[in-house]
Design a binder for this molecule. Structure first.
Ligand SMILES: C[S@@+](CC[C@H](N)C(=O)[O-])C[C@H]1O[C@@H](n2cnc3c(N)ncnc32)[C@H](O)[C@@H]1O
Length: 192
């Protein structure tokens, strides 16, 4: 499995807040772009992706959504937003992933706890940051979990925790999160 974590400080955590303008839902448009890049290539879906979305916006933060490659995964932004909306509507205020539709789970859990659990499971957790080690210097082993921020990056309060995690860069320019995931996939494609 190729595993990614996407963190958004403002992505909304209630289904009724996702309307026609996805930008107004804490930049749910960026989330949708990220999902397309994480799961799809031209005319095909990647069949080995697990994506953790952590939404820290109001009113029910935090929400941890997990999407796994499956043949029912929608590809259009509108349908992806509909899927997220449905998941948020069906979420409960408790830990423990609930499967809402095949391959799509949700629970109440925050960023730090999700990362600590992935680390405890033996994953190599890496935070994507411009000033990190060049991804091309790494020997990718296939157990990496790549952690990527939204357009605002990571909230100031997260810095202390993130300090302890290895940083990886994909290049000199600050890119969209959806571009970063494409590059990471490509690096892994070339390494396996
Ligand atoms: C649009 S950028 C966020 C920019 C934001 N102003 C910041 O200070 O982090 C979205 C995310 O993509 C990742 N990212 C962007 N460019 C990158 C690069 N060159 N190398 C590694 N990660 C990058 C980071 O995880 C970042 O949080």
């Amino acid at each position: 499995m190729r595993e990614f974590v996407y963190y958004s400080k403002n992505a909304v955590t209630a289904g009724n807040l996702i309307g026609a303008d996805l930008k107004k839902a804490g930049r749910m448009d960026i989330v949708c772009n990220f999902i397309v890049s994480a799961f799809f290539v031209s005319n095909a879906m990647r069949d080995d992706v697990r994506l953790h979305l952590i939404f820290d916006g109001g009113p029910n933060a935090p929400r941890h959504l997990v999407l796994e490659s499956n043949e029912d995964m929608p590809i259009s932004k509108k349908n992806i937003a509909g899927l997220i909306k449905r998941m948020l509507y069906k979420a409960r205020d408790e830990e423990g992933l609930r499967e809402i539709v095949p391959g799509c789970f949700i629970e109440k859990k925050g960023f730090e706890k999700v990362l600590k659990e992935l680390d405890a499971e033996g994953a190599d957790v890496l935070v994507l940051e411009g000033k990190g080690t060049d991804v091309r210097e790494l020997k990718l082993k296939g157990n990496e979990v790549f952690v990527i921020g939204d357009h605002e990056g990571f909230a100031p309060g997260m810095r202390k925790f993130l300090k302890r995690i290895d940083k990886v860069s994909v290049g000199p320019r600050v890119l969209f999160a959806s571009q970063v995931v494409t590059i990471l996939h490509n690096e892994v494609d070339r390494n396996v």
